[in-house]
Design a protein around this ligand. Sequence first.
Ligand SMILES: [Zn+2]
Length: 441
Amino acid sequence: MPHLTRTHPTHALAVALLLSLLWIAGWAMPTPVAARGTVTLLESTATATFDSDVTFTLDVRSPTGIAEVDLLYGSGGNSYTIVPLPITPAPQVQVQHRLDPRIFYLPPGVDLTYYWLIRDTDGNEYASERQSVTYMDTRFAWQERSERNVTVYWYEGNAAFGEELLGTAIRTVNRMEAELGTPVSGPIKIFMYASGQDMRGALRANSVEWVGGQAFPGLGIIIGIAVPGNVAEVRRIVPHELSHIVLHQVLDNPYGGWPLWFDEGLAVYHQETPDIGFDTLLNDAARSDTLIPLEALAASFPTDTNRALLSYAQSHSMVVYIIETYGVEKLQELAAAFRAATPVAVAIEQVFGISLDELDAAWRSTLPAPERAAPPLEGGPSRAPADRFSSGTPGLPTPHLGDGGYFWLSTLLVPVLIVAWLGSLRRMTRPTPDDPPEEEG
Ligand SMILES: [Zn+2]
């Protein structure tokens, strides 16, 4: 503005007045955020209020008229939710969209990326720049510390507690990089709550009561409970949940998954504080012939607490068996096969040279023998579990038959069903184990 430089001193007051008027006018007239073609973005914002809403606001103008507006938002990755917003076509359109996190659950710390697709009345389409908003649990004054790709958040306890959280996390990441032979660089956020009550406010409304921690692998977010000073609990929860995140970052592919027993088994294996009672649970189940077939632990764990804990114990034991029997190189090979979306049974066969059932049987042979062994079945594997064909305990996932299973089904269906029926009778009359359930997260 060259005229300002030529201002005569006597006009200084007038100029100052003019400047302040311009400044006020500038305040009142929104500065365009972005413009392309005929479309001018006057405002594009999002605000997040914990446990209430994430509100996206758009104010947009086009002399030819705005005809349609879509909001696109997503959390990590390239998939977006598209929300067509109801508008009346006009030269200027102001629109808001409110997301309710009590309906569409959002974990604390999640970054939502969003942008707008705007069409004018001439049919020109305009996509705004991508912006982001972070949904934080603002009930607490979080402290944070970062190293490498990991950031830890805590609100109770001093800097040393944060150091303990971060140190434990970094140890786990380093260890897993070495085990899996793959660098880990995706961002990871860990939120540590000081009580179950505090954390439950940040969990999905229907979360199980005994959950001690939760990982959101696709988002790289972990939430957990540990009272400052409880180093043992930090070293139990952080490596466990971190294991899920790192494994997801290393194995994720668009074509296939990996079995749950592998994921949970590794998570328990990485805990620096072990879960007490797993060995007892495992040995009791082996003696009473109530172990769960490995194949049934591929997709989900039982909802019954004792059977769920047994599932964790079995998964852990299987991972330890694989590492101790075959070495960490074979673990890497197995991980690589899962990353390449190889079906589980094929991956096992490829890496170990035996079938899934044979691996299961070999692992079972390291445990105590059943105290009342089932009658031997002629012609089949000596340790084929009879209960894999029964409907099992309520809450157990229905066992599905693998390649070997069809042979069994076609040739030995009748005797197997009788054995299964006898087995279920035995389970019904056997007293339930009196071990109290361990809280596991
Ligand atoms: Zn887990």
